[in-house]
Design a protein around this ligand. Structure first.
Ligand SMILES: O=C(O)CCC(=O)C(=O)O
Length: 416
């Protein structure tokens, strides 16, 4: 049982709520026993046994309670998000997110309101560089605790591929929405200083939009082709920013690269993925008849999504062939160390160098955040599905993300 389990039990004990205590102990015990709470194998005798375990856990909770008291945070009911794929325990006055990680015990993570601070503030020069260049290296801003969490979270996600684990192969794995299944990566989104770092650079309140994991195995490191990010998602706006964090030393020859200032070109380039209507008549018909009132990729694509489930919008210009005329562009990029964060704009042209050998993997967690002006945009050529919880709202183009606070809760604002 980890510290966080103690916290949950301590909260339950302090509340004097026997039912809550039993519920938390039930989940802890169920997780430790590799059972889902809905598992038909949990029948009355098992439940009774779990209740006995709960009673045995109470003294342990008492020991932990004073150290963990600060974790108890008030949480207004109307802001409670919908946690898909997690267990949830609610209690009047606070809400505890209780995430089942079946083979590693149970984690309890806490909601916005208890964000960790960065090691230092983002400087005025860094904010200016982000606005001007579209990308900036923020040196030494995350503490070792967060680096461990990113590394273990990516490793967790890699160990448990799901339908969003694309390009599966040993050399390169790209995962979509990994924080939705890794409790550790969820902490990066909900508790880490990343929200403050991105919000400071944007000078805007920020909402988490989605995340990706990149795993490049040790050996010859795969490069990433030049592309722009926003054209892959049903969002539009200037205040879109990525925080790219690697728990590994990243030498310059496998680092991200950016075309300086290209975020201000006001061009949306054609995605590299998706079915190509120029070669595929069915894709052409899908693009020509793309629905205006609902996303091209419905929730059903969650079952078997690949980078080729969508259709690329061939009305958009092709990404220029930057590598064959590198001298014509101002290309920037940096080697980085664990603790650094690379921030870049959603519209900037970027890539990653590769084809050189590294003695260790090159892992990265890339979270995408939306500032004040970001709106939903129903793109005819959609490549990556919307965040799952958004579908129920049937969003319409032009709606600000703030219309969906349960899906995109405010993560940080300048007043925080
Ligand atoms: O890490 C990489 O190689 C690619 C990252 C990337 O393209 C992104 O985060 O948008």
């Amino acid at each position: 049982m980890g510290m966080r389990d103690f916290a949950g039990l301590a909260i339950a004990r302090d509340s004097g709520d026997e039912k809550l205590l039993r519920e938390i102990a039930f989940d802890v015990a169920a997780a430790a026993g590799h059972l889902q709470p809905t598992d038909p194998r949990i029948r009355v005798p098992v439940q009774k046994q779990i209740e006995e375990i709960a009673v045995a856990l109470v003294p342990l909770a008492a020991q932990a309670s004073s150290r963990l008291r600060h974790h108890i945070i008030p949480y207004p009911a109307q802001r409670q998000p919908d946690f898909t794929r997690t267990l949830r325990i609610q209690h009047p006055g606070y809400c505890i997110r209780h995430t089942g990680r079946l083979n590693a015990g149970t984690d309890l993570t806490y909601l916005p309101g208890m964000r960790a601070k960065p090691l230092r503030a983002v400087s005025a020069e860094e904010i200016e560089a982000f606005g001007r260049d579209g990308a900036v290296l923020i040196k030494g801003i995350l503490s070792p605790e967060w680096i461990d969490i990113v590394r273990d979270g990516i490793d967790d996600a890699i160990a448990e591929p799901d339908q969003f684990s694309g390009l599966a192969g040993i050399e390169l794995r790209v995962d979509q929405f990994p924080a939705s299944r890794s409790a550790l990566l969820r902490r990066i989104v909900e508790e880490s200083p990343v929200a403050e770092i991105v919000g400071s650079a944007l000078r805007s309140p920020v909402r988490f939009y989605m995340d990706q994991g990149f795993y490049k195995s040790k050996g010859v490191i795969s490069p990433t082709p030049w592309h722009q990010d926003t054209c892959y998602y049903n969002i539009d706006g200037h205040d879109v920013i990525r925080a790219w964090i690697s728990p590994d030393s990243v030498p310059r020859n496998v680092a991200l690269e950016f075309v300086r200032g290209s975020h201000l070109w006001n061009v949306t380039y054609r995605p590299l993925a998706g079915r190509d209507p120029e070669l595929d008549a069915e894709a052409r018909a899908l693009l020509d008849n793309a629905p205006l009132d609902r996303p091209m990729l419905g929730l059903e694509t969650y079952n078997d999504w690949t980078y080729w489930s969508g259709v690329r919008d061939t009305r958009l210009p092709l990404v220029p062939d930057i590598d064959s005329s590198r001298d014509s562009y101002e290309i920037i990029g940096w080697a980085s160390e664990p603790g650094d964060v690379i921030l870049f704009h959603g519209n900037i042209l970027h890539s990653a160098l590769g084809n050189v050998e590294l003695p260790h993997p090159r892992r990265a967690h890339a979270s995408l955040w939306a500032g004040r002006d970001v709106r939903y945009l129903n793109r005819p050529g959609q490549i990556i599905p919307d965040p799952a919880a958004l579908y129920a709202h049937e969003p319409k183009s032009g709606q600000p993300l703030s219309d969906f606070p349960d899906v995109f809760p405010l993560a940080w604002s300048p007043a925080d």
